[in-house]
Structures are given as C-alpha cells and as structure tokens.
Design a binder for this molecule. Structure first.
Ligand SMILES: NC(=O)c1ccc[n+]([C@@H]2O[C@H](COP(=O)([O-])OP(=O)(O)OC[C@H]3O[C@@H](n4cnc5c(N)ncnc54)[C@H](O)[C@@H]3O)[C@@H](O)[C@H]2O)c1
Length: 260
C-alpha cells in the first residue's frame, strides 16, 4: 500500500501495451501511479487493475498533443501530491508502412504524438523536477530511431527525433540530479506492434503469422521482447542505483539496435 509520501509516477499512453506494463510495475514499487491515455476507458481500466491489487492509482484522459491539458494535468498532480518522481513519456503511434501511401496528416500525427507529445509533458515535468532536484524521465523510443529502412519512415523519423530530444534534455537536467533516458523496446507484441506487423505483411503480400516468424528470425537472439523485459530496465532506471546514468538510449531488443 502506498504511503502519503510515496513516490509519484506519471505514465502517458498507460492504457495499453508497454505503458500499461510500466504503470503496473511502478505500482508494484509502491508508487502512486497516474495512468494517462487519450483513451479514457483503457486508462481507467489499468488504474482499476492497480487499485484492485491494493496499489494507489488514478486515471486521466490526456492527449499528449494538447499543451493546455498537459499543463492542467501537471498542476493538478502538484496540487495533490506536491511532487512528481518519475515520468514515463511513452504514448506513441505507428504510421504507414509504405512510403507512397504517406498522407500529409500522417506527419502531423507521428511528429505531433511521438515527438511534440513527448517534449510538451517532459518540459513541464522537468520544470518541477528541477525544483525538486530529483527525478527520472524515461522516454519510450525505438530501435527504429537509428535503423534505416524503406518502410514506416515517419515513425522512424519521429523516434530519431525523440532520441535526440531525450539526450538534449539529459544535459539540461544533469545539473539538477535528474536523469533522462530512452528505453528502446525491441519487437514487443502489443496492439501497436501488431498493427505495424499487419501493415508490413500486407505490403509484402504475406500473412501476419508468416511476417512474425520471419521477423523473429531477423532478431539476433531470435526472440521478441516481453513487457517483463522492459519493466526490468524501468525498475532499474527509477532506482537509486541508476542515479548517474543519463542521456542513454538503452535497447531491450535481443540485439536488433546493435545490428543496425
Ligand atoms: N510494441 C513495440 O514493438 C514497440 C517497439 C518499439 C517502440 N515502441 C514504442 O512503445 C510505446 C508504446 O507502444 P505500445 O507498443 O505499448 O503501443 P499500444 O498501442 O499498445 O499503446 C500505446 C498507447 O498510447 C496511447 N496513445 C496514442 N495516442 C495518444 C495520444 N495522442 N495521447 C495519449 N495517449 C495516446 C494509446 O491509446 C495506447 O493506449 C510507443 O511509443 C511505441 O512507439 C513499441
């Protein structure tokens, strides 16, 4: 059960997949968890799952593109708890696999959510962490931010952008004892990954199962990443043991990023 002075963790995109995993993990560490997501129902269902396990959580509908909503959310959390100890800037979307089918609006969505959406909430939370002289910012990036290929180009560009943002922010926050790191998940079977896989399978004219089998064979260790694999790193990055690790892009991907 969380105590009155328990650490406070804010997760964006916490209603599904990797963000849900981070939310449940922070609850296990006795953090007060704020599960935010553009999808109100999924955020509330994860918060409810945490409360059912005797954790402390609340959900907030929050679109990371909305700067006014970001400011209101941070103000509310500071009024309630007076602190934010960990931010998981995790919400993200994937875009068209095929270069020729990219629409102008895809750039708005990919850069708006995956880059601007990370930067807006990170800046606001960083301002508080600077005052606290303590905090952890963990940004979900991707091996796609360093790996060059001819498909999902707006997604790759967005993840390259957010990797640069996280390293720059790490330097800004270093004098205040706040660390900023990017977790780069490998192929993790979440709704987003399956949407991505389906689009690529369709582009290549193969089935989803055929694509996933072939995809696994291209992972140096031959295995997909699990939510538990990502949580192990998240747990470490929020711990005191990781106090001096900052500005890193850490892959949890069976060797995919190393082979880029
Ligand atoms: N799954 C993978 O294989 C993989 C690999 C590398 C990186 N990632 C990254 O991990 C992060 C999480 O992805 P996931 O696989 O868990 O996907 P997911 O689709 O399961 O979860 C993403 C969540 O983000 C939310 N979201 C989408 N747009 C939003 C917005 N505008 N504002 C707030 N929330 C929004 C969705 O509602 C959803 O709950 C993303 O940044 C993604 O790019 C995933």
């Amino acid at each position: 059960m969380a105590t009155a002075d328990a650490s406070v963790a804010l997760i964006t995109g916490g209603g599904s997949g990797i963000g849900r995993g981070f939310a449940l993990e922070m609850a296990k560490l006795n953090h007060i968890v704020i599960v935010s997501d553009v999808n109100e129902d999924s955020a509330e269902s994860v918060a409810e799952e945490i409360r059912a396990g005797s954790g402390t959580a609340l959900s907030r509908q929050f679109d990371v593109r909305d700067s006014a909503a970001a400011a209101a959310l941070v103000d509310e959390l500071l009024a309630r708890y007076g602190r934010i100890d960990a931010l998981f800037a995790n919400a993200g979307v994937v875009g068209p696999a095929d270069f020729w089918s990219i629409e102008p609006s895809d750039w708005d969505a990919l850069l708006g959510i995956n880059v601007k959406g990370v930067a807006l909430i990170s800046q606001l939370v960083a301002e508080q962490m600077k005052r606290q002289r303590r905090g952890r910012i963990i940004i979900t990036a991707s091996y796609n931010g360093v790996r060059v290929a001819e498909h999902v180009i707006p997604y790759r560009v967005s993840k390259a952008g957010v990797l640069m943002f996280s390293k720059c922010l790490a330097l800004v926050m270093a004098p205040y004892g706040v660390t900023v790191n990017a977790i780069c998940p490998g192929v993790t079977p979440t709704p987003l990954q399956l949407e991505y896989a389906e689009a690529l399978a369709e582009t290549r004219g193969i089935t989803l199962d055929e694509y996933l089998k072939e995809r696994r064979s291209r992972i140096p260790m031959g295995e997909m990443t699990t939510i538990e694999d990502l949580n192990a790193l998240a747990r470490f990055l929020v711990s005191d043991e990781a106090r001096i690790i900052t500005g890193q892009a850490i892959a949890v991907d069976g060797g995919v990023m190393a082979s880029s």
